[in-house]
Design a protein around this ligand. Structure first.
Ligand code: SF4
Length: 64
């Protein structure tokens, strides 16, 4: 799985960080999403999907 984010679109809600803290973080300066692990393994798949689902602005894009 590959994770891409649109930092311009990100609203800084932190939902993705809460759902998948090993994969997402927030930049301390602007609060926008930072991807810690752009290719998370199978064990993280469910939480990464959850992160994408809770994002209110659809800033997270996943590909297989
Ligand atoms: S859930 Fe979406 S809007 Fe919120 S911090 Fe993550 S990418 Fe940004």
């Amino acid at each position: 799985m590959t994770v891409e984010v649109d930092r311009e679109r990100c609203a800084g809600t932190g939902g993705c960080v809460f759902a998948a803290p090993g994969v997402f973080d927030q930049n301390p300066e602007d609060g926008r999403v930072v991807v810690l692990d752009p290719e998370p393994g199978p064990a993280l798949r469910d939480e990464v999907r959850e992160a994408a689902e809770v994002c209110p602005v659809q800033a997270i894009r996943l590909s297989a």
